[in-house]
Every structure is written in C-alpha cells, then in structure tokens.
Design a protein around this ligand. Structure first.
Ligand code: SF4
Ligand code: SF4
Length: 555
C-alpha cells in the first residue's frame, strides 16, 4: 500500500492490536462507508503482540456476531481459539521443593463474592494474541479497513487551544546512525484525521506524548510488570500429561517466599498452545527491589521447579518474547481532568494504552476488545462535533461494564506494591474496604539488595532474542537514548552495578570502553522495561523505523 494514499483519513487508529482492530471492526459494521486507516509499526499484524493468554468468550461473541453470527465456525477461529479452559490451576509454591494447589481457596472466594474469586477462568478461551491479532486484521480488511504495517508513528499533532488532534507524524526513514539522510531517506508524512484512536499497547510513546500535551492526569503513577515467555515444544506424553484445557497460574517461589525470601509481585504461567507446545512464562512487577534481578532468572527457576520440569524437560524452545503489562489499574488510568474522559476531544485511549488491565483477574484482553467496541460505537453514533468523542467513548466504556470492573479491583495492586505480596494480598481480600495506598513509580523502588535465588547458569539472552526473531535496520540512529552517561558512571554503576545490563531481556545494554551503552539496539524487543526500571530514570525509548522489532507468530 502506498503511504501517500493516507495523508488524510476519517478515522486513524494507531496500533493494529486487539483493541485497535476491534474499534475498526465495530465501526465498519455500524458504518460500512467509514474511511478507516489502521497503522502499525510491526512488519505484519500480530508480530508485536504477545500475551498468555486467556480471553473471556462472551466478549468475542460481542465483537464478532455483528460480522457473522456463525463466526465461531470459521476455520481460522478454530485455529486461533486453541481450546477452552477446563482445568484452572492456581498453585502456591511454598519453596523450591513444594507446591500445592489453592484452587479451592479461589473457588470459595468466588462462591462468597470475595474479590480473589475473579481470578478463576472457567469456560474462557486459550489463545495466542499474535494469532488472534492476525485473525482480527483479516476480518477488518475484509470489511474494507485499510491496515498499513511497517510505518511507525512518532508523535501526535495536537491543538491544545481547541482540544483537538489534527493528525500524527510518522518516523523519518533512511537516516544513518548519526541522523544524516541516506539516499533512501523518506521524511515521515503527516496523516490527518477527524478522529484518532490510540491503541498502541503498554507505554506507547505517542500515547504518553498525548497524555502530556492534553494534560491528562493519573491519580496514581502507572505500575508495570515485565512478562518473559517461552513457547516450548514437548513430547506427546508430556503434552498429554499436562492436558489440553488446563492453565496454570503460580504464586510464591521464585518471586516471593514467606520467611526472609524475596518479596516480588507476580508469578509463573503455563498454557497449552496446541501442537504439543506449552507456553511457559514469568510475570514480575517492575517494583522489584533487587539490583541484580533478571526476570529471566526467575523464569529459569520456575522451569526448574519439579512441578513445571516434568512437563517440559527435554523440550525445545520454538519462540520467545517479552512485553510489559500496565498493572496500576483504575487509579492509573489517564483521564481528562475536566470531563474524566479516557482521552480528550477527538482522541480516545484504548486497551493497554489506557491501562485497562484488571490485575485481580490477571486479564486485560477482554477490556481491550470492549474498549475497541466502545470506540467504534462512539465514532459511529456521535452526532455532535468530534470534540465530544472521548466523552462519548468513556460513557460507552461505562455502559459495557469496563469502568466498574476496573473499579472493583482498584486497591489491589497498590496494596501489594506498598506492603509486599505477603501482607498486601491478604489485605486486598478486604476488597473495597482495603485502605488506599499511593505507591511510587517502579524505578524508585530499586535498592542495593540482591536476589536470593540466582541460578547457577546465566540466562542465554542471545537464544531468547533469536527466538523472538527481532530485527531492525542496522544503519539507523539508535532508538535507545541514555540521557546522562555521567549518572551511569558516577551514581548507578557504583551503587547498583548497572542493572539495565542485567534486566534487559534482549541483552541490549553492555559496558563498552568503560561506558554503559545500548550497544545492541537491533536486538530490542520493544518491551520498554529499560525506560521504566532504570533507577535514575535515565533511559528514553524512542520509536525506531517501521518494520523493526520482534516477529511473534504464536505468542
Ligand atoms: Fe544505570 Fe540507567 Fe545508566 Fe543503565 S542507563 S547504567 S540502569 S543509570
Ligand atoms: Fe526492552 Fe529496553 Fe531491552 Fe528493548 S532495550 S528489549 S525496550 S529493556
């Protein structure tokens, strides 16, 4: 598709993920003549999407019934919806050698309406989000939505006087490492639109710039976690043993143990993904304190735990990847201070860009899709000026129950951030009666403490990166910027031993000629952890040329 075709569109959606594509599908169903352009920096739809994932079945029907009432019979749907959750296991590991199932605690919580009951996943679909995204993109294209991949958006053009965004500016392509134009240089176009939907996923650069320009406010800072995940092909016998409808969510070791252990929020996951492949992952709250901690070490420990090992020993890693998750919830949703809209004027924030993850459920995909339905409906039904769009969208989010659900879990993550998992989680079981805590930003929590369960062998980041199939044009300026190198040398390295070198899942940072540097930017997985966990807030992730980054297929 020629880029020049898109200098003007009616609706511009930044991000071809589940939220953005749901908005496009909904709008096209309601108004087949709508001119919609979805733009994404990935090489192909789905390449930058990674998650567990378990999705609530009802929301899929809500989105796809207007397209085709027999949507579930489509062979593509059968390929994407790997199976239904039949056995939901939440294991609590007491230590390296023990595990026991606390499913009954969750079942009781559900029965008596205690908030933790939300974690149960009965009758939901197990999916690969990269495949789900690709499937949604195909549906949207059949409906006439234009999807342009391989073009990255750099900024939003916003008129704060009129409270309206005019369009977006794309990243310049064809610069050399020093920022000088090469023969293939193409200046990033401006694409103008009447309505703009920001659905970039977690910690999107354009979204954060818009939040600043439009002066949206978060009542509390956003909190993040990092998920690292491997897809492991196992034997027939192991896969059979794991059973196809089972998902595992594990708490405790190796992130927190009751007595004098580490105290980090998060846990391990295991999902069956079909074709003898089991997804094994570790999700860790970025408010960890240990300066030598690498989430991939926790993944190694999890994989070596006897409960996990029996299912994956001898297996082959076929894909790997990493992404951040916005965990702050209700209090961290960016809102217009005057109207409380999640967006402003003609700009709406969707899915992870709006922070619509419910950590009590450990899920956000259903809310991402609902936000797409709300945005598509708001645009289709809006009869006033486009300045009213963000308010209309927020009203619809309310009607779809998204805001209420986020509200019901509003004190959970903050209580854990403040008191740690051992005390914070039980306290959060008080639900609405839980005291309200205001945590600090994640990067402020780092200390010189060391992680107790460091595995004997360093994690193989090269293989991990290769399995994410990440690639960037080598001759472009680095998209990772260290603001002040003196801070690294004089403050961070002596105190924390340069943690970016350890925690970056792709091994991007190294010490070169005595200086910490993003030496391997082409390995970057776009997880943005470095921007949020550098203890001196000294890293900025900027957008590389389009088409760069990971190429997830079944993650
Ligand atoms: Fe430390 Fe940040 Fe410098 Fe890395 S970039 S050495 S984490 S201050
Ligand atoms: Fe993630 Fe930053 Fe490493 Fe890229 S450089 S993979 S954004 S931590």
């Amino acid at each position: 598709m020629n880029q020049s075709d898109y200098k003007k569109t009616s609706v511009l959606i930044v991000g071809a993920g589940p939220a953005g594509l749901s908005a496009a599908i909904t709008l096209k169903c309601k108004n087949p003549n709508a001119k919609i352009c979805v733009i994404d920096k990935s090489h192909e739809p789905g390449n930058h999407n990674l998650s567990g994932a378990v999705i609530e079945s009802e929301v899929l029907a809500q989105l796809l019934r207007p397209v085709d009432k027999n949507w579930a019979l489509d062979p593509l749907a059968k390929d994407v919806l790997v199976g239904k959750v039949k056995r939901d296991n939440i294991m609590f590991f007491l230590g390296k050698k023990f595990s026991f199932n606390i499913f009954f605690v969750m079942a009781l919580a559900k029965k008596f309406g205690i908030c933790f009951g939300q974690m149960l996943h009965g009758d939901d679909y197990i999916v690969s989000v990269s495949k789900l995204t690709k499937w949604f993109a195909g549906i949207a294209e059949k409906l006439g939505v234009e999807i342009v991949t391989g073009f990255a958006v750099e900024d939003i053009i916003y008129d704060s006087q009129k409270d309206i965004a005019i369009g977006v500016k794309l990243v310049d392509q064809g610069l050399d490492k020093d920022g000088r134009p090469q023969p293939n240089y193409v200046k990033g176009e401006v694409i103008s639109a009447d309505a703009i939907v920001l659905a970039e996923g977690c910690d999107g650069l354009v979204t954060e710039r818009f939040i600043e320009k439009a002066a949206l406010v978060r009542e509390m800072p956003q909190l993040y976690s990092l998920g690292v995940k491997e897809l492991i092909k196992v034997s027939d016998a192991q896969y059979e043993k794991f059973t196809s409808g089972r998902v595992v969510h594990a708490m405790g070791y190796p992130l927190w143990t009751p007595v004098l252990g580490p105290a980090m929020f998060g846990g391990g996951i295991m999902y069956p993904m079909g074709k003898n492949q089991i997804a094994v992952g570790m999700i860790v709250g970025l408010d960890w304190k240990y300066c030598d901690f690498n989430p991939q070490d926790a993944l190694t420990n999890f994989k070596n735990h006897s409960f996990v090992k029996k299912f994956i020993a001898g297996g082959t890693i076929v894909q790997a990847g990493a992404k951040m998750i916005p965990e702050g919830g209700y209090y961290s949703m960016p809102r217009d201070a005057r109207t409380s809209a999640i967006g402003s004027g003609n700009v709406m924030l969707l899915g992870d860009s709006a922070g619509l993850v419910n950590m009590m459920k450990i899920k956000g995909l259903h809310n991402a899709i609902k936000s797409g339905i709300a945005a598509g409906t708001a645009i289709a039904e809006n009869t006033q000026s486009s300045v009213a769009l963000a308010s209309k969208y927020t009203e619809l989010l309310n009607r779809l129950g998204v805001i209420n659900e986020m509200r019901s879990a509003r004190k959970f993550r903050q209580a854990v951030a403040k008191l740690g998992p051992l005390f914070g989680m039980p306290l959060a079981s008080l639900g609405q009666k839980t005291p309200k805590f205001t945590p600090e930003e994640d990067y402020k929590e780092l200390s010189s403490k060391k992680y107790k369960y460091k595995p004997a062998k360093n994690y193989d980041k090269d293989t991990f990166t290769a399995m994410a199939a990440t690639t960037h044009r080598e001759e472009q300026p680095s998209h990772l910027k260290i603001i002040n190198r003196n801070t690294c040398a004089q403050k961070c390295t002596p105190k924390f031993n340069s943690p970016c070198i350890t925690f970056c899942p792709a091994g991007v940072y190294e010490t070169v000629a005595g200086q910490v540097s993003p030496a391997n930017p082409s390995n970057c997985l776009h997880c943005k952890t470095c921007q949020r966990k550098c203890p001196f807030d000294n890293i900025r992730w900027t957008v590389p040329e389009g088409s760069g980054g990971p190429r997830y297929q079944n993650m």
